[in-house]
Design a protein. Structure first.
Length: 139
């Protein structure tokens, strides 16, 4: 039975799952259950609205910080550091080996380095003319 490539106009979660399912099965057969667990830390304003925070996941004994956002009006007030410190506490309590993340050249490399992260990879020209950095912190 031959396969063909199809390109959906509007990719769906079902399309993503079609790609993810065989990859997940292969990874589990080689490295065991990654024990994926989402991590969410939300910044909440006085009205109870969520206005930023941290989103990530623990998998294979590392915490990956996918998103970190502090509204511009609240930057420089240690909210970002507090979010990262709380995430590190969660990672430690979960027995993680470390934390990793990525950031663009125009974002927060220096911020993460002040928190003890080190660059382990750089992607040139992403976006064009700039760099994307991959950082880690061993716990």
């Amino acid at each position: 039975m031959a396969l063909r490539i199809t390109i959906p106009e509007t990719p769906s979660e079902a399309d993503r799952e079609a790609v993810l399912a065989p990859l997940r099965a292969y990874n589990i057969s080689r490295s065991g259950d990654p024990r994926i667990r989402p991590v969410a830390l939300l910044l909440t304003d006085e009205q109870g609205d969520h206005v930023g925070g941290l989103w990530g996941k623990i998998a294979y004994d590392w915490l990956f910080v996918e998103l970190l956002a502090v509204p511009e009006a609240h930057r420089g007030k240690r909210y970002g550091a507090a979010l990262m410190e709380q995430a590190e506490s969660i990672a430690r309590a979960s027995g993680c080996t470390g934390i990793w993340l990525d950031t663009y050249e125009f974002q927060a490399r220096g911020f993460y380095e002040k928190l003890g992260f080190q660059v382990f990879g750089t992607l040139e020209d992403h976006p064009a003319g700039q760099k994307r950095y991959f950082l880690r912190k061993h716990l």
